[in-house]
Design a protein around this ligand. Sequence first.
Ligand SMILES: CC(=O)SCCNC(=O)CCNC(=O)[C@H](O)C(C)(C)COP(=O)(O)OP(=O)(O)OC[C@H]1O[C@@H](n2cnc3c(N)ncnc32)[C@H](O)[C@@H]1OP(=O)(O)O
Length: 411
Amino acid sequence: MALEMRVLQADEWDVWYDHLELAFGGVPETPQERKLYKSLTEAERSLGVWDGDSCVGSAGSFDFRLSVPGGAVVPAAGVTMVGVSPTHRRRGVLRSLMRRQLDDIRAGGEPLAVLTASDPAIYGRFGYGIGTYALSLDMDTTRIRLSVPPGTDEVRLRLVDPQQALADCERVYAALLAGRPGMPARRPGWERMPLLDAPGMRDGASPLKCVVAEREDGEVVGYARYRVKPDWDFTGSDGKVEVNDLDALDPAACAALWRYLFEIDLTWTVRASRRPVDDPVLHLVSDVRRSRPRTRDSLYVRLVDLSAALEARTYGAPADVVLEVEDAFCPWNAGRWRLVADGKGVARCTRTEEPADLELSVRELGSAYLGGITLTSLAAAGLVRELRAGALTEASRAFAGDVAPWLPHGF
Ligand SMILES: CC(=O)SCCNC(=O)CCNC(=O)[C@H](O)C(C)(C)COP(=O)(O)OP(=O)(O)OC[C@H]1O[C@@H](n2cnc3c(N)ncnc32)[C@H](O)[C@@H]1OP(=O)(O)O
């Protein structure tokens, strides 16, 4: 029987999602997770591949707005829920889903597609490049001291119910967006994503707690959501603090929140994952080594409409470069483009017949797009080739940002 690909109907969601769970190994999600993903699924942006009554392939995307260098939030398809049934793998089902999806995203006028990859080997062939890294820390609070900036002692901390603090936390999150590329603006409903807290997800840790940092006038300027994981043995307690998220609008609030987490009794480790690679806590700790920093790939970026995407961000230095771009999967992007940026916020990207200054694929442009990965480092790996002396430094300085791009949570 021939396979049929079609847009998801809302009443097919459960069968479609059961298939997805199976594709990921068949461990059922908690009812809380399932309910959240059901409410967030945009059926009209979701595709199913059907073999008769059986769903054998899926891919969806969320209608995101993503922060980019310069502070704009740009429409971006947040690609998600990709899976192909174990019975139908390695015969091109994913490829056909990616084909249809990127064509739809282009037709819908979104210049970017972004995703987090279950396996980094999958998405390069479809033009996605690593755009952000995430930092993980396991901080040994018996040996690490924190030095805090002036004003930290004046910050008032308050333990609050995570649900009740939601509006304040969302306000802090939204205020950070313009200064940090890579963050999705959270639409209504998405504020529940960091609050997912089913007992099955805790692995013995406490329910999620929330501490907010307030200014003297009571305005919330930061928050940390965390769990405490007790661990008693013959020698006593060896508990851990697991940081879910921590966001703050000023250095004193940021330091006060970390200090609070470091000083929770009966715990000796503060564990944080999915932090920005330039997290200020790295400058507060007395011992970076014993914080055990590790990085991994996080958000993958695909330029769907190359010129619109490149014009939507700003550049930190002036540049006038001709890019020869390879893009086999979305050939409308391939060819020669002239990017002129004035270093103050205005950029133009147009087709040109002029000789190329740099040669690269759309993957490398995706990697450099949010400003965290330099074209110079990609060139050192042989992925960008300089055809005019000086063009690499010129372009690399223009693309680079002074804040590391960061994806705060999965999707
Ligand atoms: C954004 C997200 O949702 S990420 C989640 C992705 N889903 C999962 O990891 C769930 C488990 N895995 C699966 O469901 C499937 O194996 C998928 C979706 C990864 C691949 O689906 P398939 O239909 O088998 O892929 P398809 O046959 O179209 O392969 C396309 C290409 O990708 C390659 N490929 C597919 N899966 C993988 C993989 N896991 N690792 C490396 N390469 C892969 C194929 O070899 C093929 O290569 P080619 O272009 O050189 O021919």
